[in-house]
Write a protein that binds this ligand. Structure first.
Ligand code: AR6
Length: 170
């Protein structure tokens, strides 16, 4: 598997699936979640509402992942996952690793072989970028998957540099 880091906007990525750093409601929010719903259109929200009604009446648990259409995005699917909020007193790295592992598992079930990830949990959920990058890249490297390309798409220069340093360390 090839793992790369690039600076950019995840909504513009031409990959099979883009991962959304969602919240348990699946009904939208700010950050990358807001950007994906804005750029992808109402179809994504409607699919999320159906998932809530049929499969996740109490919301998507932290560390799990589920796919919807990508609506008007160039990608075919959005894989929604819920990262942990950072805690200075509790190690939530296993939940952050699970987000990456479960997203790849969902990608496999769809037949998606190229997947773009944002820096899950490093925005509103305050996970330190250097810790998150280590957890994310290690989790992906350790997952047995048919996905051939994982592209981390980082919005700001600092986050990009931290992820690039970890992905370049093969
Ligand atoms: N493309 C790529 N990365 C982006 C984009 C974009 N278009 N927009 C923001 N980022 P966050 P979280 C970066 O807060 O910490 C939402 O309200 C951003 O700069 O989106 O997991 C959800 O609904 C940061 O580096 O996700 C949840 O309630 C990274 O994406 C909550 O925020 C993640 O920041 C999830 O918080």
């Amino acid at each position: 598997m090839h793992i790369t880091a690039t600076r950019g906007d995840i909504t513009e990525q031409r990959v099979d699936a883009v991962v959304n750093a969602a919240n348990s409601t699946l009904l939208g929010g700010g950050g990358v979640d807001g950007a994906i719903h804005r750029a992808g259109g109402r179809e994504i929200l409607r699919a999320c509402e159906r998932l809530r009604a049929n499969d996740y009446p109490e919301g998507l648990p932290v560390g799990e992942a589920v796919a919807t259409t990508a609506g008007e995005l160039p990608a075919r699917w959005v894989i929604h996952t819920v990262g942990p909020t950072y805690s200075a007193t509790r190690d939530r790295s296993r939940l952050l690793a699970a987000c990456h592992r479960e997203s790849l598992r969902v990608a496999d079930s769809l037949g998606a072989t190229s997947v773009a990830f944002p820096a899950i949990s490093t925005g509103v959920y305050r996970y330190p970028v250097d810790e998150a990058a280590e957890v994310a890249v290690n989790a992906i490297r350790e997952t047995d998957t048919d996905v051939e390309l994982v592209r981390f798409v980082l919005f700001d220069e600092r986050t990009y540099r931290v992820f690039a340093a970890v992905t370049d360390r093969q």
